[in-house]
Structure formats: C-alpha cells, structure tokens
Design a protein around this ligand. Structure first.
Ligand code: RIB
Ligand code: CA
Length: 308
C-alpha cells in the first residue's frame, strides 16, 4: 500500500534530487508538487518543478501549483550562491511545455494542500522541503482540513547543531520564521528533519566516482551537472560536498526507521537580531518528532538505488 504524498518545495538542487527520489519510489504516490519562494524566486521555482518533472516523466501526472512568492513577514533572501542563478546549478533540462507530465492547478498552493488533505483524510503525507509559508497559509485558511493530514515531514531547523544561513539558524526556517512558528504550534503530527541529521548525509567525490558515475542515465547526468562535479579534476566546481537535505526528508517518508527520533516541543525565534530564525527546544507546546540520528549509509544506498 503506497503512501499518498504532496511535496511542497523551493526547487533548488537538493529539492530536485528529492523529487527524483520520491517519484522513483514505489512506496510513495506523489499526488501534487507545490512551489514556494525560497532558494530562488517563486517563478523560477515553478519553472524548475516543470523542468524536473520533464526529466522524471511520471506515469501518473501530479497536480502542480504556485504558492507564496514571499514570506509571511520580512524580506526574501534566496540562496543563489548554493543553487546557481537558475536554482538547478545550470543543469541543462528542456522544460517540456506539453502538459504530458503535470496538470496545473487553477488555484494557489495552500488551497491545493488543504483540498488534498480533505480529499484523502488521515491518508496524506505532506513533505515540505522549503520555507513553510504555504503550510502556514493553508493552516490559516483551513485548520480543520489540515488536521486531516496523516503526517507532515519537513526539512528544516538546526536543533542541537549550528545553522547554515547564520551560525544559529537554518535556511528554510530563517526564510520565514513566523510561518515555521505557526506550523510548530499547530498540533499537526510533525516530523522535523533538521541539519542535525542532514549534515550526516552528503555526496563526496569518492561517492560520486564509485556510486554515481557507473549509473550513466539522465538522472545521474542531471545530478552531476546540477551539483557541478568535474570528472577530469575529480572535484566539485565550488564546494567539497553536497548535502542531501531534502532527499533525506523523502527518505524518512519511505523508510521511517532510517532515523532515530525524540519527541520535544519547538519554538522559533521571530524577533530580529542574532537569534532570528533559530529553533529552540521548549517545555510547553505540542510535541513534535525531531530526528537526531540517521543510518547514513543505508539512506545513501537507497538514494543511489533509486537514482537508477
Ligand atoms: O538548509 C537547507 C534547506 O534550505 C534545503 O531545503 C535547501 O534546498 C534550502 O531550501
Ligand atoms: Ca529546499
């Protein structure tokens, strides 16, 4: 029995790899992909969703929808330095204009999310791999409908480790801390996949040479182009490794026993200043599952197997 999922993302490179993993996993049935402002502006995110679906060519066309083009409050920050101008590291993908691989939803993402939660009561998993603006808007629009979600798995936060956008905050939460605070206070059944575990799953040069290079298909070629790896120098263009942040959130939906979780309550700092966007464990508030351990090699084996 496969899990019905909706993926809310800000396609960037690791979001794209998360989509490939999700659509290549029989355990999941991706009903919709929604875009949110994050790594790159919303319009570019939506273009990238269509490009990646053109690459994947899913049998069952998912619905796709545009969501928020800015956080609930505050300014947009983007992450072009990590994901490139186009958000896909300049990877060359034709965006197939025929809607052979998707159906464009008539409304906004938050409306699609709450409609799907109502359409599949107690059955739908929402996987969020970008800022949580769309989730927060859906909660504001229809809290009762959103409570019909079976689970929410979100990539975000740095709980007992340092941040990646500031030394205290992680990018997705820092991009819209008020949205994150609303989601954590909602009482939804949430599993957080923070940097505490995603920093344990990365693609390094040896892994690419040994595991990715032999695959030789359009997905491995996309990965190499998007992460900027050069087989002549055996090095990345600009970095030493790429973290599989968003693919791990999908991995948790596929195989929940990949991670060790603790139940805690979380708050997000929304006041401007050094701690802006920081996630903190607190005594009060709804309990949330937070991943603090991961079987990294088992996840990487799954990732490479599904890339094929
Ligand atoms: O901090 C990592 C997260 O921020 C990932 O989801 C990445 O895609 C960016 O959105
Ligand atoms: Ca992301």
């Amino acid at each position: 029995m496969s899990k019905k999922v909706v993926i809310d993302c800000d396609v960037g490179v690791d979001d794209a790899l998360a989509l490939i993993l999700a659509f290549h996993s029989p355990e999941l049935e991706v009903k919709a992909v929604t875009g949110v402002n994050g790594n790159v502006p919303l319009q570019q995110v939506f273009e990238n969703i269509q490009k990646v679906l053109s690459l994947i060519q899913p049998q069952d066309k998912p619905l796709i929808a545009k969501g928020a083009d800015r956080p609930l409050k505050g300014k947009t920050i983007y992450a072009h330095s990590v994901h490139g101008r186009d958000g896909l590291g300049g990877a060359n993908i034709e965006r197939n204009d025929g809607e052979r691989f998707w159906q464009i939803y008539s409304g906004l993402a938050d409306q699609l999310i709450q409609e799907m939660a109502r359409q599949y009561p107690d059955e739908l998993t929402l996987i969020a791999t970008g800022p949580l603006t769309n989730l927060a808007l859906a909660l504001q629009r229809d809290p009762e409908g959103m409570r019909k979600l079976n689970e929410v798995i979100l990539m975000g936060g740095a709980v007992r480790t340092k941040g990646n956008i500031t030394h205290l905050a992680e990018f997705n939460l820092y991009s819209d801390p008020i949205a994150a605070k609303l989601v954590f206070e909602s009482g939804l059944p949430i599993t957080v996949v923070p940097l505490d575990v995603t920093h344990q799953v990365s693609l390094t040069s040896p892994l690419i040479e040994e595991q990715v290079k032999p695959i030789q298909n359009r997905f491995s070629r996309f990965l190499i182009e998007a992460i900027g790896y050069d087989f002549t120098t055996h090095r990345f263009r600009e970095k030493e490794r790429i973290y599989l942040h968003d693919p791990l959130a999908v991995g948790v939906a596929i195989q929940p026993d990949l991670v060790r979780k603790e139940r805690t309550s979380l708050d997000v700092i929304v006041q401007e200043g050094e701690c802006y966007g920081q996630i903190r464990e607190v005594e009060e508030g709804p309990k949330i599952e937070v991943c603090f351990g991961v079987e990294a090699s088992r996840f990487l084996d799954l990732f490479f197997a599904r890339l094929k």
